[in-house]
Unconditional design. Sequence first.
Length: 154
Amino acid sequence: MSTGTVRSVFAVAERRERAAKSGNSDLKRQHETINGFAIPAPPNADGIQMAQLVPQLGMCSHLPPPSPNQLLRMRLPESALVVHLYEQIQVTGELQIEQSSETVFPVDGMQRTEATWLLKAVSSKCLALSKSVSHQERRSGLIRKSGSASDKFY
């Protein structure tokens, strides 16, 4: 490969990486309703319940995490019920572009995730409970807490 070809390949890779991490600014501050599969996350610094919404069942445990522009970090309303792993939910709220990175424990170990979007949810409802979630996971509620699992959603 020539030097020019190598530079072109790296330029394309860099553009793809930027696109995977950037959000569509036309959606910023829009009030949206979005469906997906929940992954409980540690509460934020104010103790507010947080979760992540992924577009496909099994992401972050049996499948790699989605790209940051497809992962929605949610700040859930106080009235929200406890979010269970891979529960199919519908959330409504205001979208904001807010880069974040945190560690969650979906099933088989810690998983680092990056999100471009934050949804300040005003409402949420359970659509269906995934058959892959065991009875014990439903009863236990949120994820296992590991002390420092937290470093500080399309």
